[in-house]
Write a protein that binds this ligand. Structure first.
Ligand SMILES: Cc1ncc(COP(=O)(O)O)c(C=O)c1O
Length: 451
């Protein structure tokens, strides 16, 4: 059954899931007013993606909650949009907690997963009313126990397991002897088996369940099947040594992929591969809440980056298009060679329209989309669906599906400032949700006044 479904995905050619929520006219007016580069976020897409992801798990025999991984985009207006939908927030740092608190987020809607797991951090987290905390090491568990007795609060502890299954993904998070979580067992203190037993032997602590995160931009979903089978064995083992052992929450992490260069299955197609395994866990071990984390899927398609073509040059059969943006605004283009779909606009006359292969001018075989930075790596990989046929000086290049892991990576390399961000609101208004920064602000931030 699983193989059949995978086969269908491989054969299926879906249309590019790029979304134009802006007209050329709107782009012209707003780019004139705010300058380029310029980010746009569509509030409706944020909401629609949340509904789509939640809906994908409707065949699960229990409650389903979606947790937004704030690391993907912590813009306060994005967080507020999700807050209105009552989402859970997956937090990893005190900084992220600060943002949620400033927006009056409720602690019940937070799950906190730290990598460092320091005592002071856990004290702060508990004092802020967070109860669902994921531990990822024995030392982290000890720190959380100490914090709980200092603050006199009973946390609901989840254990982050590293299922150590093979994962095919843009970024793998689970691999043998990896950084995240603990293995199932192995006789050492840093094992899920040992940590769970330790939680049950402390009357001041509650055990909530398990968490795993396999990777981001996952391309083969059999890893969930394998991870859930391994988890089932662990639970069976724990039931033999702990009376009435059960789980209240199972969090299966993020990883739902997004269209960049290759077709990706929809969340309900993905869920269909392992929903039976999840329901088997319910039948075998009792009801639990299923938590689906997501960063990329929830925000990527909501956003477009608009940049201007400021120069071009042609030699031999190559054309170099130089933009006023660079990888300082889309770091994954350099880090992960992410092929964001691009489109050059406007195309005034279709006679001049050329596609990537022919480009109108038959002598030009290779198009390069180059950034403004003086760095060899600052050349944007081009997606198969990109249309740069109207790439002439003064036109715009739109980068689609850039809402995840882009704004949060903005950096001032080459003394570059941060561009403004506009949100197209549900009621079709445009709202400035982040001001662009100036050279003077950057100068001060870098210590210019004390130099
Ligand atoms: C623990 C955890 N959960 C969820 C995510 C989100 O992954 P994605 O953006 O692929 O959904 C991440 C990403 O790094 C993560 O580390």
């Amino acid at each position: 059954m699983v193989e059949n479904v995978l086969q269908v995905f491989q054969n299926k050619v879906t249309l590019p899931q790029t979304k134009r929520f802006l007209s050329n006219e709107e782009i012209n007016i707003l780019a004139e007013r705010y300058g380029t580069p310029l980010y746009f976020i569509d509030e409706k897409t944020l909401h629609d993606k949340l509904v789509e992801l939640h809906h994908a798990y409707k065949k699960f025999q229990g409650d389903v909650k979606i947790a937004y991984s704030v690391k993907a985009n912590f813009n306060p207006s994005v967080l507020k949009t999700f807050m209105k939908d009552g989402i859970t927030f997956d937090l990893t740092s005190l900084g992220e907690l600060y943002f949620i608190k400033r927006l009056n987020g409720v602690p019940e809607n937070i799950i906190y997963t730290s990598v460092t797991e320091e005592l002071d951090e856990y004290i702060e987290v508990l004092k802020n009313g967070i109860r669902r905390i994921v531990v990822s090491s024995y030392y982290g568990f000890v720190n959380l126990s100490k914090a709980a007795s200092i603050v006199n609060i009973r946390p609901k502890i989840m254990v982050r397991i590293n299922p150590e299954v093979g994962v095919k993904a843009g970024v793998r998070a689970s691999y043998k002897n990896g950084k995240f979580g603990v293995p199932f067992n192995g006789g050492k203190i840093d094992s899920a088996y040992f940590i769970v037993k330790s939680i049950f032997s402390n009357p001041l602590l509650d055990f909530e369940g398990f968490h795993f995160h396999l990777g981001s931009q996952i391309t083969n979903f059999i890893c969930y099947v394998n991870a859930l089978e391994r988890l089932n064995s662990l639970i069976n083992k724990l039931k033999k040594v702990i009376n009435n052992f059960s789980i209240t929450t199972l969090d299966i992490g993020g990883g739902t992929p997004v269209f960049y260069n290759h077709p990706v299955p929809a969340p309900d197609e993905i869920a269909s591969i392992y929903i039976q395994k999840l329901n088997n866990l319910v039948s075998n071990h009792g009801n639990f809440t299923l938590m689906i984390e997501s960063g990329r899927f929830l925000v990527a398609e909501s956003s477009i980056l608009i940049s201007k073509i400021v120069n071009t040059k042609e030699y031999n059969d190559h054309k170099i298009i130089i933009l006023d943006t660079g990888y300082h605004l889309l770091l994954d283009a350099a880090l992960l060679k992410q092929q964001y779909p691009q489109e050059a606009i406007p195309c005034k006359n279709d006679i001049y329209k050329m596609n990537i292969e022919s480009k109108g001018n038959p002598s030009v075989k290779n198009i390069h989309l180059a950034g403004r930075l003086c760095d060899t790596l600052d050349v944007f990989p081009i997606s198969k669906v990109s249309d740069l046929s109207c790439a002439t000086i003064g036109n715009y290049v739109l980068f689609y599906n850039i809402g995840a892991y882009s704004l949060v990576f903005n950096m001032p390399f080459h003394c570059q400032t941060k561009p403004p961000v506009l949100m197209k609101t549900i009621d079709n208004d445009f709202k400035l949700i982040r001001k662009g920064t100036s050279y003077e602000e950057l100068f001060i931030e870098e210590g210019g006044q004390i130099a």
